[in-house]
Design a binder for this molecule. Structure first.
Ligand code: AMP
Ligand code: MG
Length: 409
């Protein structure tokens, strides 16, 4: 039996180096950067005003106050996007707006609120306050210097990264390719869920049948990693059908996830079908609960994750074992689940020999409650849960213990 961390390490070690592609910035959200990205321009690209007001020489308004205003001659106006070619001279000011380039000769901007203009003397601006040299000026290159590294290789692009890329002139970028991930559910008892809640009653199931739910639950978890999920038809428990389904999935996708049919039961065909296709199984028992059985295999540069069929086991083994491979395939530096700290609102016990990943709900103040019944077929408690906590074998965690909560959304 393998420890979880050993299993993940073996899986990650098998994943090949990523392949890159160039994409437009508009498609970059969630993608993994293939090589460090440099700023294509200084940011800001020129000295500009932080306020609406007047560009001045600070020394010209040094004595200004509400009681003794200083009057300067208005000699121009620079709207955002315009550019002023002549130079500000002593005794002059220029109307300026937030983001407008600071004219040559000016060394400060006085806010509009600190000025006054009398009717009929529109060119005589009265300054009611002084200003320090360089006040209200945003400097050329103070945010980012052209050529500086703004995003490291292996980072996942979020909205703020994309804003920075756009602001520094990167209209396209090199990211890593995303794997297509086949989702196969095996089991002759499985039926496609169909219809609306009112029309889709259990009467559309023959005795012994259940609705298939693992492909639907895993699809958004796969998509959240940036990988591209692809749902395949339900596979009945039969050797030839399993072989044909696996062959098609491997032909069309980079990674194949199956659920069900990997235990020692007589009706379990995934392992033998995979080996008949030339696949090589690396291991199949990991010391976590829920979780057994679990299969990892390689077929050339492609990979099989054989998850257990029980819905909670499939969900949890996906998160803990299969999921890290998806960002790693894309060259991501961080392959771990999002996590946060929480505080136990009740005690948690694990009398078992295996680590138990317990379904919990953590509220916005960090209080961690059990999500309910923990058996591996209970879907309703998974729906209450928004995280998992790792309770080690033969351990009781007292109420008040600080724990790490693994999240999936
Ligand atoms: P297996 O791993 O195939 O032995 O399945 C274990 C349990 O999970 C059985 O009760 C199956 O009916 C159930 N199960 C297997 N696959 C699915 C699935 N895709 N959706 C819902 N339940 C499943
Ligand atoms: Mg089965």
């Amino acid at each position: 039996m393998l420890e979880l961390e050993q299993a993940v390490e073996k899986i990650l070690a098998a994943i090949p180096a990523p392949k890159s592609e160039v994409i437009p910035l508009a498609e970059a959200f969630g993608r993994i950067v293939a090589e460090k990205i440099l700023a294509a321009t200084d940011l800001p690209p020129f000295d500009n005003s932080a306020v609406d007001g007047y560009a001045v020489r600070a020394q010209d308004v040094a004595t200004a106050s509400a009681q003794n205003p200083v009057i300067l001659q208005l000699t121009g106006r620079i709207a955002a996007g315009e550019h002023f070619t002549s130079r500000l001279s002593a005794g002059q000011c220029i109307r300026i707006f937030t983001g407008s380039p600071v004219p040559a000769g000016a060394d400060a901007i006085v806010m509009q609120e600190d000025t006054k203009v009398d009717a009929g003397r529109a060119n005589q601006i009265q300054f009611l306050d002084s200003v320090k040299p360089w006040e209200n000026i945003r400097f050329h290159g103070e945010d980012v210097k052209r050529g500086a590294v703004i995003i490291q290789s292996g980072e996942k692009l979020g909205a703020a990264h994309i804003g920075l890329l756009a602001a520094t002139g990167n209209g396209q970028l090199t990211v890593n390719r995303r794997p297509t991930v086949a989702l196969l559910a095996t089991g002759s008892e499985l039926r496609e869920p169909a219809g609306t809640p009112s029309t889709c009653s259990a009467s559309s199931l023959a005795p012994g049948q259940i609705f298939e739910s693992n492909r639907a639950a895993l699809t958004p978890l796969i998509a959240a990693t940036g990988a591209i999920p692809k749902i395949f038809p339900i596979v009945p428990d039969a050797a030839e059908a399993t072989r044909a389904a696996l062959a098609r999935a491997f032909a069309e996708c980079d990674i194949v996830l199956t659920c069900g049919g990997v235990s020692v039961g007589e009706m379990d065909f995934v392992k033998s079908a995979f080996e008949e296709l030339g696949g090589q199984l690396d291991f199949w028992k990991v010391a976590i609960k829920p979780g057994r059985p679990f299969v990892f295999g390689r077929l050339g540069e492609k990979f099989l994750f054989g998850l257990p069929g029980n819905p909670i086991s499939a969900f949890v083994t996906f998160l803990l074992l299969a999921r890290p491979a998806l960002p790693r395939w894309q060259g991501a530096t961080n392959v771990t689940l999002p996590a946060s700290l929480g505080i136990l609102a009740e005690p948690f016990s694990n009398p078992d020999q295996r680590r138990h990943f317990v379904r919990i709900n953590v509220d916005n103040s960090g209080q961690v409650h059990s999500a309910g019944t923990q058996a591996s077929h209970i879907l309703s408690s998974l729906a209450v849960a928004n995280g998992l906590i790792d309770v080690h074998p033969k351990t009781t965690l007292a109420s008040g213990t600080i724990v790490r909560v693994l999240r999936w959304e």
